[in-house]
Design a protein around this ligand. Structure first.
Ligand code: PRT
Ligand code: ZN
Length: 293
């Protein structure tokens, strides 16, 4: 019997949509219905376990799920709290990016890490913060709050906070400013540190290679343009992260060629402006849907 690989992902929240999207782009077909905890993938031996993000690292460590997608911040927190967490990061997925920061009222008593000694710091991440304070030899005490951490200074719980920041709007609305970044975070694919059974491992290896393709094809673009032969060298230098471009003569245009290349790094408007300045014309940037090497 083929065992089904079990993937734990967030049911609802900031990670959910992109986690579903990565798996769908990797070719998994499934439907999410109502309150179900389990979604069956119909075209591969895989089941999705739909849970709260905080439960994912432990589910994997305990063998309830084989792999999962979670914020690196949540994984690091569990790693700091548990004595031994049987789970590890396999890939960084590049979405749900945020920073875990120390912040305070710039007119208050704490303005830098030098002012933290003998103070309380409100946070939902006592594990990561505790490890940071110990490493920096700062004698401050984390006060755990499950939510609304940004309110702590105003109601006198602690003069500073340690919380996730993405746009910075929440801090600004509460009159707080970042004075230190403790960690940068993004969604990560994690797996159990225990070996998987042969059939699960085969599915996992296949899925990982597809996820790698999804990650790479996100930034990768196909560029097509026309250019005078004299500009070929200059254009080749500008094309970001491409191997030797394909060069095709244009019918009836003695001096003009068509150039095509796969670019593995981001193509910005500035890149197109630079290409145009060398003499390139009719520049097209096309998305790449799937890649496998
Ligand atoms: O219900 P469940 O437990 O599954 O979800 P949750 O409510 O615990 O988590 P959720 O869905 O809010 O976040 C899931 C993950 O998204 C986090 O663990 C992070 O890895 C990532 N992420 C990315 C964020 C943010 N950006 C973020 N901005 N998580 C939380 N925030 C919060 C932050 O705590 C603060 O309250 O948003 C506010 C700040 O946002 P800005 O844009 O105002 O700076
Ligand atoms: Zn959560």
């Amino acid at each position: 019997m083929i065992e089904r690989l079990r993937i734990a992902i967030q049911k609802k929240g900031r990670l959910a949509d992109e986690s579903f999207a990565v798996l769908r782009k990797a070719g998994l077909r499934f439907a999410i219905r109502g309150d179900g905890l389990l979604a069956r993938v119909t075209n591969l031996p895989i089941d999705l376990l739909l849970v709260r993000d905080d439960d994912i690292p432990n589910f994997i460590a305990k063998g309830v799920a084989d792999i999962g997608i979670v914020g690196e911040n949540v994984f690091a927190e569990e790693l700091n709290l548990a004595e031994n967490l049987d789970a590890e990061i396999v890939r960084r997925l590049g979405f749900s990016r945020c920073r875990l920061c120390l912040a305070a009222d710039p007119d208050g008593p704490v303005r830098s890490i030098g002012d933290l000694s003998k103070t309380m710091i409100a946070t939902s991440y006592p594990g990561i913060l505790g490890a940071y304070l110990a490493a920096q030899k700062i004698d401050a005490t984390p006060v755990e709050m499950k939510g609304a951490v940004e309110l702590a200074p105003r109601i006198g719980i602690a003069p500073s906070i340690c919380d996730l920041v993405s746009s910075g709007a929440t801090l600004e609305a509460n009159g707080l400013e970042v004075f230190e970044t403790i960690m940068e975070s993004e969604a990560v694919l994690i797996r159990s540190s225990q070996p998987l059974s042969a059939s699960k491992n085969q599915m996992f290896t296949r899925l990982l290679s597809r996820i790698d393709g999804v990650i790479r094809s996100k930034e990768t673009k196909y560029i097509m343009l026309n250019a005078p032969k004299s500009a070929i060298a200059a254009i080749s230098k500008i094309l970001p992260g491409s191997d030797a471009p394909t060069i095709i003569p244009l019918a009836g245009e003695g001096d003009l060629v068509a150039m095509q290349a796969v670019c593995t790094e981001a193509v910005f408007w500035e890149t197109l402006e630079d290409l145009k300045a060398t003499g390139a014309r009719s520049i097209l940037v096309l998305p790449i849907e799937k890649m496998m090497s």
